[in-house]
Design a binder for this molecule. Structure first.
Ligand code: HMG
Ligand code: MG
Length: 284
């Protein structure tokens, strides 16, 4: 039997958060409901951040309230602080994610905090989530390059990933936020990170600005990573990372995984349909 790769679908959050047009809540719900039929185990659907910072995500509680939940699918939400965690919990998020940066410039731009301050904000989330039995995922952004600080030293990524993992994040997703990282840079970064967090607790989160995301996934596979974040239709970017394009497209990762002899457990027809809808949302 083919070895499995898990694709963690982030389109409804990382994808849509960057769209300038305010997308009607009903369209977001329809996309999530379709994705729920595709075989994903985890779909990131919401973000409890300041609506002044990311207006597109202001209807996250409504999205979580109105989607048709499918057994076995975890519906994830980003939480930058305790207020966001409380909102995500009240809305019934199955799991939450805290998000830090490996570079100070992006941390300031994205969270208005230093890396250390952001980790301090996450500590009470970790504590309460543990007692609520809500799993917490961790993100580290700018793992090879930062739009403000330039190349990111691999040891900085290892340091932040290790702090998130020891704080209790069940998985740390490594965000190549800008989509400019070369395979060599990703290789060096993963050499450092896998020394402090086992590959089985890491995910690759590649943006595809320069068309290099699949080559970087290949490098990550060679380091033992088997979870990759992706976005149907290649939606996305980050409003606080100038120059970053969308996430690597789910349908591209699916095809690539199959070419490499891995299975994903995903329904290709539904993914193709969702990718079309995502592209229409972008241009709608
Ligand atoms: P701040 O301005 O320093 O904090 O923002 P504040 O405490 O002064 O709050 C500002 C306003 O937001 C206040 O409202 C708060 O009440 C409110 P006002 O008094 O002005 O009316 N507020 C909130 N509202 C709703 N939910 C909350 C919340 N917290 C405060 N949870 C803050 C600090 C963290 C809030 C802000 O910086 C923020 O929301 N940042 C989020 C930015 C973001 O969402 N970025 C995109 C996600 S990260 C990403 O995409 C990267 C990733 O994909 C991986 C990768 O690719 O690298 C994960
Ligand atoms: Mg991202």
């Amino acid at each position: 039997m083919a070895e499995q790769i898990e694709i963690f679908e982030v389109g409804p959050r990382d994808g849509l958060q960057n769209e300038a047009r305010l997308i009607p809540t009903s369209e977001k719900i329809a996309l999530v409901d379709l994705l729920s039929q595709a075989g994903f185990r985890r779909v990131e659907v919401a973000s409890f951040v300041s609506p002044k910072w990311v207006p597109q995500m202001a209807d996250s509680a409504e999205v979580l309230a109105e989607i048709t939940r499918v057994d076995g699918v975890s519906y994830a939400a980003l939480t930058p602080n305790l207020r966001g965690y409380d909102g995500a919990k009240a809305a019934g998020a199955s799991e939450v994610a805290v998000f830090a940066s490996a570079s100070e410039g992006f941390s300031k731009a994205n969270l208005n905090a230093t890396i250390a301050e952001s980790l301090d904000r996450f500590a009470p989330i970790m504590q309460i989530a543990r007692s609520d039995a809500i799993p917490v995922r961790g993100y580290v952004s700018c793992v090879t390059d930062c739009p403000f600080d330039g190349p990111t030293p691999a040891e900085n990524v290892a340091q932040v990933a290790s702090e998130l993992f020891s704080a209790g994040c069940y998985e740390v997703s490594l965000g190549e936020t800008l989509g400019r990282g070369t395979p060599d840079a990703v290789d060096a970064m993963l050499d450092a990170v896998t020394k402090v967090v086992p590959a089985t607790h890491l995910a690759g989160h590649f943006h595809d600005t320069s068309g290099g995301a699949l080559a970087n996934i290949e490098v990550a596979l060679s380091h033992g990573l088997r979870v990759f974040d992706a976005s149907v239709g290649g939606l996305g970017g980050c409003p606080y990372a100038p120059g970053a394009a969308g996430n690597v497209a789910t349908e591209a990762v699916l095809k690539f995984a199959e070419q490499k002899g891995f299975s994903t457990g995903l329904d290709k027809k539904i993914i193709a349909q969702a990718a079309e809808i995502a592209k229409e949302m972008r241009h709608g």
